[in-house]
Design a binder for this molecule. Sequence first.
Ligand code: ZN
Length: 93
Amino acid sequence: MKASVTCPKCLNRRILHVDSIADKTQIAKGAVLSVRAKVPFTVIGRWKNEGEFECVICAACGYTEWYAKNPDAITVDDETVTVLPVPRSEPYR
Ligand SMILES: [Zn+2]
C-alpha cells in the first residue's frame, strides 16, 4: 500500500502515512496505540517520537499497514524475534 498508494482492500487512492504513533503511556486510558498528529500552531516544540513504527492508512476503509522504520536494527534473538523461514515451494529471492 505504501509503494502502490492504493488500498489492497477497497482500491482507494487516498492513503495516509503516519510517522508518529503514541503508545498507552502517552494517550487516553483504555487505548493501546494511537496515531499521533501534531496540532497546527502549537507553541510547544516538536514532539520527540522514539517509536520504531510507522503506518499507512486507507482514508476510505481504514485498512492499515505497519512498518518498522529501521528493520535492519532489530535484534533477532530467536526467542521473541525470529526470521520466518522461506517455504520450500517458493523460489529463493
Ligand atoms: Zn481501503
